[in-house]
Design a protein. Structure first.
Ligand SMILES: *Cc1c(COP(=O)(O)O)cnc(C)c1O
Length: 373
């Protein structure tokens, strides 16, 4: 079976864990600090970005909202076409998610619709850079500035992507990345919060370890100090040295891993461009840390999925819109016509860095034969 995605990990990652085992310091320590520095160097930005490593992309976003003081009575605008994590972290704070419709050709938040979602209660906008293709950040940040709103980017798909020549994470208010097993690069599990605001940084650092003050710097030296104070609500969301060691290897491989995925995606584009029943999403491959390959299938999406499965090819639907879930139905406010429309059409095809040419050929061949092309 050819899977939809698969992490590209091997001997180097395994070797990187060994010194952590030998050190006996498995939890958050000096390797986490090294990983944060590596992410900061990778992302760049002026002034220097603060990077805080946590255990998942979900907790990165939760802690960011928590540091902003988001809670009951606040509204947070999110797309409905996203992984449910984007919505869960909003409801976890007690705030109300407000769903924004999307653009059909990029699956990213529709800026005109976004303007209509804003009320006096709007505290945060969470754009999702779908597949790694950046949202219209200039427009979104402008709207936010004019309305006293903070933008927290769900950049779980967009590690290594550029927007207008700048890396995602190097500008904007707060950016959260995920390093879960199937993301662009992985720590096993992991995530980071990035900000250039010192106050937010300090709060996120404390909240990462149960609101404990002053402990971080000694931890970074693999030392424990016995005296500390607790000054705010926190969580136990820190990254471990084991996960950081994996991430440090992966971050060095990013260019190579991404290049391979882009080559496969370009091949798909070329082969599928002339198939009547398919339509391609808009992508600019020079500037993208590519996460997934999604096509839109007219009318026969589910049939194609079954056909591929019979031929040993995995495919997926990313994602079921959040407003379709029982828990989130009550939050529906405005119609989400484009979200509902593309949900019937989207299909995620296999794409991972270790995918062979034979595997790529098989996917292409089976899709062509399905459409009698
Ligand atoms: C993966 C993902 C997340 C959550 O990241 P985890 O590290 O899996 O917790 C959030 N948002 C989107 C869009 C994602 O794809």
């Amino acid at each position: 079976m050819i899977p939809v995605s698969k992490p590209s990990i091997g001997a180097e990652e395994l070797k990187a864990i060994e010194p952590v085992f030998k050190s006996g310091w498995l939890g958050m320590g000096s390797v986490v600090k090294e990983f944060e520095d590596a992410v900061a160097a990778f992302v760049g930005g002026e002034p220097q970005s603060y990077v805080i490593a946590v255990n998942t992309g979900t907790t990165a976003m939760h802690i960011a909202l928590s540091a902003l003081g988001v809670g009951a009575g606040d509204e947070v605008i999110i797309p409905s076409l996203t992984f449910v994590a984007t919505a869960q972290i909003v409801t976890a704070t007690g705030a109300t998610p407000v769903f924004c419709d999307i653009e059909e050709d990029t699956l990213n938040i529709d800026v005109n619709y976004l303007k209509k979602c804003i009320t006096k209660k709007t505290k945060v906008i969470i754009p999702v850079h779908y597949r790694g293709f950046p949202c219209s950040m200039s427009a979104i940040l402008n709207i936010a500035r004019n309305n006293n709103i903070i933008v927290v980017e769900d950049a779980a798909h967009a590690f290594g992507s550029f927007y207008q020549g700048k890396k995602i994470g190097s500008f904007g208010d707060i950016t959260c990345f995920s390093f879960d097993p199937i993301k662009t690069i992985t720590c096993g599990e992991g995530g980071v919060v990035i900000t250039r605001d010192k106050k937010i940084y300090e709060s996120v650092v404390r909240k990462r370890i149960l609101g404990i003050d002053k402990d971080t710097w000694s931890r970074y030296k693999n030392e424990r100090s016995w005296s500390y104070d607790v000054i705010e609500q926190g969580y136990r969301y820190h990254m471990s040295n084991i996960n950081a060691a994996i991430g440090l290897v992966q971050i060095k491989k990013f260019e190579q891993l991404n290049k391979r995925k882009i080559n496969i995606a370009k091949r798909y584009d070329k082969e599928f461009a002339h198939i009547e029943g398919l339509s391609l999403l808009r992508t600019e491959y020079e500037d993208i840390g590519l996460f997934t390959y999604i096509v839109k299938v007219k009318n026969r999406r589910d049939e194609l999925m079954v056909h591929l499965k019979e031929k040993g090819i995995g495919s997926g639907i990313h994602y079921i819109p959040v407003h379709h879930f029982t828990y989130y139905k009550n939050f529906m406010r405005n119609p989400l016509l484009k979200t509902d429309k593309v949900y019937e059409q989207i299909l995620t095809l296999p794409l991972y860095s270790d995918m062979t040419d034979q595997e790529t050929c098989l996917v292409v061949k089976e899709i062509q034969s399905f459409f009698d092309f």
